[in-house]
Design a protein around this ligand. Structure first.
Ligand code: COA
Length: 193
C-alpha cells in the first residue's frame, strides 16, 4: 500500500541560513547569525540608539564611554562562535549606503562556563524600527539559536518599569518566573528542547 504523506513546510532556521522578515510597515530585513565583520555595524547601532533604549538595554549610563572602548566592546560582541559561550542574531536593513543593523538579540553563558544550562538574553531594536514586530521576530529566532547552543534556561534582566520588554518575553508563552529586587527584574524562562 502506498501511503501519501501530506507535504509539510519546515520553519526556516536562522542558525542554518539567513531569513527574510518584513516589518509591519513593509520594510524588508534579513535576520542572520552575527559574524566578526559586524563589529563596525554594531558600533554604529550603539550610537544610533536613543539614550532611553541604551539605558534599557545596558542598564547603565553610557554617555561618557570613550569611543575606543565602544569599538572594543563591539568587536568582542561580534566575535562569537554562535555555539558555545555566546551567540547573537542580527536584523539587517540594506539600502544605498550599505547594511545597517537595526536590531540584535544575544545569548551569553556565564564567562568560562560553556556547559552552563543557563544563558542571559538581551535584545534591542533601533528606535525607528520599534513597534514593527522586529523584537518579537528576534525573540523567536533567539529560540532557534538557544536550541543550536543547547541552552536550557534563559535569564533576561529588565528595569522593573520596562513593561513592554517584559510583555515581549512573556508573549513567548513559555514557563517563566519574574523576580524583582534591588531595583532590577529578572525573568527566568524554561526553553523547549
Ligand atoms: C523591547 C524591544 C526590544 C521591543 O522591540 P519591538 O521591535 O518594539 O517589539 P515588537 O514590535 O515586536 O513588539 C511586540 C510586542 O511587545 C510589546 N511591546 C513592545 N514594546 C512595547 C512598549 N514600548 N510598550 C508596550 N508594549 C510593548 C507589545 O506587546 C507588542 O505587542 P504588539 O505585537 O501587539 O504590538 C524594544 O522596545 C527595545 O529595543 N527597547 C530597548 C531595549 C530593551 O528594553 N531591551 C530589553 C532588556 S534586554
Amino acid at each position: 500500500m502506498v501511503v501519501s504523506m501530506a507535504p509539510f513546510k519546515r520553519k526556516s532556521d536562522v542558525t542554518r541560513r539567513p531569513v527574510r522578515f518584513t516589518t509591519r510597515d513593509g520594510r524588508k530585513l534579513t535576520l542572520r547569525l552575527i559574524r566578526p565583520a559586524d563589529a563596525p555595524l554594531l558600533e554604529d547601532l550603539f550610537y544610533r540608539l536613543s539614550p532611553e533604549s541604551r539605558w534599557r538595554r545596558f542598564h547603565a549610563l553610557t554617555d561618557g564611554i570613550p569611543p575606543e572602548r565602544i569599538a572594543e566592546q563591539a568587536g568582542t560582541m561580534a566575535n562569537v562562535d554562535n555555539r558555545t559561550l555566546e551567540g547573537a542574531v542580527v536584523a539587517v536593513a540594506a539600502d544605498d549606503e550599505g547594511d545597517r543593523i537595526v536590531g540584535v538579540v544575544r545569548l551569553a553563558r556565564p564567562p568560562g562556563k560553556p556547559d552552563a544550562a543557563e544563558a542571559e538574553a538581551a535584545v534591542v531594536v533601533l528606535d525607528e524600527y520599534q513597534g514593527q514586530g522586529v523584537g518579537s521576530e528576534l525573540l523567536q529566532r533567539m529560540l532557534q539559536l538557544a536550541r543550536h547552543m543547547r541552552v536550557k534556561r534563559m535569564l533576561a534582566v529588565f528595569q522593573p518599569d520596562n513593561a513592554g520588554a517584559i510583555r515581549l518575553f512573556r508573549d513567548l508563552g513559555l514557563p517563566s518566573r519574574l523576580e524583582t529586587s534591588h531595583g532590577i527584574s529578572k525573568m527566568y524562562t524554561e526553553l523547549p528542547e
